[in-house]
Design a protein around this ligand. Structure first.
Ligand SMILES: C[S@@+](CC[C@H](N)C(=O)[O-])C[C@H]1O[C@@H](n2cnc3c(N)ncnc32)[C@H](O)[C@@H]1O
Length: 234
């Protein structure tokens, strides 16, 4: 499966220093996750909500479905769960360390180092895309761009499972597991609107409170949405 296509990004519209600033920002986000590495799974060991929405997704997918996991992290639990169910899994992440860990956890999947904003959408190729707590690392403008690319990467009637943290913030720096990352959130009604405007029909949603197993990450409200690609022409 081809995942990234250099030069096909909506970032092409950014010129000169703006583009360089974006590259440096994404490199800083990647370095933060390189430093976090496997500690991410130690801090967030309980993923019942995520597992449940992927189980719902799997009930809707054909055998051998092609699924892209955006911001796959360590590959746990999602790439692993999808591969165990017989999906052909591709994982994408900007952190080399996370990609390395994911390859160890899910050797049968294909993992690629790259930015979701460089997603190759020349052909719709995935029956489903998952993005659990990864789009929250983009500013709201780029969340819209990423959702547009994910929509294009999905086959007609394809599925999209996404999780975000509920908060009315756009690209704010926070301390997270002894690193600095930039995060974006939405209130749940606003996220519903963003998904719908991006061409998705929401089939299921669940909101859970979550307390990490560490004091170096804050308790949070997690929002899970299972969506379907709506036909923009109809
Ligand atoms: C909070 S972790 C979530 C990991 C995994 N999805 C999970 O549910 O456990 C966010 C992941 O998204 C990745 N990420 C952040 N920005 C990204 C981007 N623009 N494109 C691809 N991956 C990104 C990070 O490197 C990190 O591994």
């Amino acid at each position: 499966m081809v995942i990234g296509k250099p030069g096909a990004s909506p970032r092409e519209g950014l010129a000169g220093s703006a583009d360089q600033a974006w590259v440096e920002r994404e490199q800083a986000q990647a370095r933060a996750y390189d430093a976090i590495g496997a500690r991410y799974d130690e801090a967030f060991p309980h993923k019942e909500g995520q597992l449940a929405v992927v189980t719902m997704l799997l009930e809707r997918l054909p055998v051998g479905a092609r699924v892209l996991d955006v911001g796959t992290g360590t590959g746990l639990p999602t790439a692993r769960q999808l591969a165990d169910a017989g999906c052909r899994v591709a994982g994408l992440d900007i952190s080399p360390r996370m990609i390395e860990i994911a390859r160890g956890n899910v050797p049968e999947a294909e993992f690629v180092l790259g930015d979701v904003l460089d997603l190759d959408v020349t052909d719709p190729r995935y029956e489903a895309v998952t993005a659990f707590f990864s789009l929250l690392h983009l500013p709201r403008g780029q969340v819209h761009a990423a959702l547009g690319l994910i929509h294009e990467a999905l086959v007609c009637g394809g599925w999209f499972a996404v999780a975000m943290v509920e908060a009315d913030v756009d690209d704010v720096p926070i301390a997270f597991l002894d690193s600095r990352v930039r995060v974006t959130g939405y209130l749940r009604g606003d996220l519903r609107s963003v998904l719908t405007e991006s061409g998705f029909t929401i089939e299921h949603e669940q909101v859970l409170s979550y307390a990490p197993e560490t004091s170096s990450a804050q308790p949070e409200i997690q929002m899970f949405f299972l969506c379907r690609k709506a036909d923009r022409q109809s």
